[in-house]
Design a protein around this ligand. Structure first.
Ligand code: PMP
Length: 416
């Protein structure tokens, strides 16, 4: 289907694009060129935690530009950069007793992941990285090699030689998958090289909203400590408050060696960040550079978002409160159709998955039905079999309920 009808060339997009052209957006509402309003349960795959055109962020950006603030500063120290670092330190790291150095990478999540993998190998002088089934870390060479889904990789002949995949929590039902991991690491005849690092998401976003238990994460953390392996948590999608805490690993009480952040950390603008423990700073000057590291507009947006939403626990509490509404309604819908469908509802915070086990194609169809009800919702999972609920964290209770009612209506129509 061509969306841009009168254009000579078409742009490559998602497999399933929403068949309209969106013109503007505010909060949790997207409006298309016809003036039709859609509730956004996708939020730029976790980039718009503070909603579209958040008033505090927009205002700060307008003022910054009107006052000739620096837009691009490469590695120069700028006021915007200084203020972002100070705010991040005071409001995010200090209250959590986390001691990390900040490294601004290229603007996308993938860039932060590539940086983490490179630093881990450099520090440990080992090449293997352990990653997990269904994990998603990006689509460029290094990050793709640790992405646990062949569909993104095999046709492009990207090598997996420096990565070993292990089963994520729940992959074998109740079986503790870390027993395999420990054995493979301990046993020199297993063929698995001692890794420099283990990389994972605590809640797999693209992989289907699979939530690792706190106990599993704690055990993984102790394995890393025992065998001198670095633990990298990729918090690009479920960090920045989506889980109900600023960092998704806070629930497990662990302190990873490195953390990747992107998406909502820039308040909607492109920004990616690697946090790493200070003793890992073994880069030589200029060893890992790039032109668009640290976007000053994103620093401004990020600082103002942190100041407005992370000075106290209000946003965390609001996410947990709205999680309850979301979870209860999805379970109610699943229950209602129990006779004809087996549905798994899972997630944490405002990241939820709704998987219809009977047919892997239903989720994609359901997303189209939702579009017809003016609800934007995407799918995830190894074959796109899970409907993914990812509304802005600031969505009002009324809009959340209205969106869920639209979802229910769409599902009812689909099953008719
Ligand atoms: N890691 C995770 C957990 C992600 O969800 C994503 C993007 N969906 C990435 C890495 C890659 O980020 P980007 O698309 O910005 O490069």
């Amino acid at each position: 289907m061509r969306i841009f009808e009168n254009f000579e060339s078409e742009v490559r997009g998602y497999i399933r694009s929403f068949p309209t052209i969106f013109k503007k957006a505010k909060g949790s509402i997207l409006t298309d060129e016809q003036g039709i309003e859609y509730i956004d349960f996708f939020a730029g795959a976790g980039t718009l935690n503070y909603g579209h055109n958040n008033e505090h962020i927009s205002q700060a950006l307008i003022e910054y530009i009107q006052n000739d603030g620096i837009v691009h500063g490469l590695d120069m120290a700028t006021t915007a950069k200084k203020e972002f670092i100070q705010t991040f330190q005071e409001l995010i790291l200090n209250p959590r007793n986390l001691e990390y150095k900040l490294q601004f990478t290229g603007p996308t999540g993938t860039n932060a992941v590539e940086t983490a993998l490179k630093l881990a190998r450099l520090v440990k002088k080992r090449s293997n990285i352990i990653a997990f089934t269904n994990g998603y870390h990006g689509l460029s060479q290094g990050s793709l090699a640790v992405t646990g889904n062949n569909q993104y990789r095999d046709e492009s002949y990207i090598s997996r030689t420096n990565a070993t995949f292990m089963p994520y929590d729940g992959y074998f039902g109740d079986f503790n998958t870390l027993k395999y991991l420990r054995k493979f690491i301990e046993d020199s005849s297993s063929g698995v090289d001692l890794p420099a690092a283990i990389i994972l998401e605590t809640i797999q976003g693209e992989g289907g909203i699979n939530v690792a238990s706190n106990e599993w994460l704690q055990e993984l953390d102790s394995i890393c400590k025992e065998f001198d392996i670095l633990l990298i948590i990729d918090d690009i999608q479920v960090g920045n408050g989506r889980s109900g805490e600023f960092f998704s690993f806070e629930f497990a009480g662990i302190k990873p060696d490195m953390v990747t952040l992107s998406k909502s950390i820039g308040g909607g603008l492109p920004m990616a960040l690697l946090l790493f423990k200070p003793d890992l700073d073994q880069w030589k000057p200029g060893e890992h550079t790039g032109t668009f590291r640290g976007n000053n507009l994103a620093f401004v947006a990020s600082k103002v978002s942190l100041e407005h939403y992370w000075k106290n626990d209000d946003l965390s509490n609001a996410v947990k409160y709205k999680e309850n509404i979301l979870k209860t309604k999805l379970e109610e819908i699943a229950n209602k159709h129990r006779d004809i469908c087996t549905i798994d509802v899972r997630g944490r915070g405002l990241a939820y998955g709704f998987e219809i086990k009977n047919d892997t194609n239903i989720a994609g169809e359901l997303s189209s039905y939702c579009f017809n009800e003016q609800l934007i919702i995407e799918t995830c999972g190894s074959v796109g079999q899970v409907v993914k609920f990812l509304p802005p964290l600031l969505i009002s209770e009324d809009l959340l309920i209205e969106g869920l009612n639209r979802f229910e209506k769409a599902f009812d129509k689909l099953l008719k």
